[in-house]
Design a protein around this ligand. Sequence first.
Ligand code: AMP
Length: 281
Amino acid sequence: MKTETTIQGLSASLSPARANRKIIGFVPTMGNLHEGHLNLVREARNLCDVVVVSIFVNPIQFGPNEDFENYPRTLDQDSQLLAEVGCDIIFAPTVEQMYGSQPRLTNITVGEITQDLCGASREGHFDGVAVVVTKLFNMVQPHYAFFGEKDYQQLAVIKQLVCDLNIPLEVIGVPITRAKDGLALSSRNGYLTEVQRATAPIIYQSLQTAEQQLITGQDLTDVMNNVKNTLAQNGFNVDYVEARTPALQRIEQFNQDVVILVAAKLGNTRLIDNLQIKYSP
Ligand code: AMP
């Protein structure tokens, strides 16, 4: 396994793969890797000849009051984990390497699917994601790129971006990896106190309860309110609980497949999760 910190180094490491027409798989991350990330890498390993994982805490996707400075940076530990799951190349550039010293004049806004849900409370977040992912796609030029369904809206935004701009690769969504108690794995779980960590699985439990309630015919709005109330009663500060179509369109009734999306804070830590629910008439 090689670790590259420059765009030139990355290109040099990838040139034999390109020359030999190898299938290149790419997993973008911000590091502090856990089993959720590693499952994306395993999926890439299964489908591709060469696996590239980027580790880059992208400043432009963090708001001014968010956790950019404190975001956990654990490159040595991450490298060890990536070697164990068969990553070929780690790309870990500096902010300067990614953004250079000239001001960036190009922005990428993916339109209405970035405006609500997480986009409503994280202004500019998805523009920052779209810019860094496009830059990384241009640097790595993968055949496949792997993203987690945990960040469901992000996955939808990337699929839209790739489609709209004819970026020549296929986006693969990978199911959510959860802890034994159901909490979706996240680098931000490390911010939780012991008490908060014990409360956090209530998000997934309330999503599972919602699924049962929908399947037994309860009203969609009532079910969403039940999830909000359960979370609020357990000390969460709820940002949103919404049922959407798989393409994130608004929906009034459970009369087709839905995804329920949640964002809620425990103390200062913002957690997100979602559950896809099949409709069978
Ligand atoms: P991050 O490092 O948080 O930017 O995440 C990098 C990639 O890993 C994104 O595509 C995430 O959706 C994905 N990811 C993070 N946590 C999980 C998880 N628990 N299950 C599946 N994918 C995840």
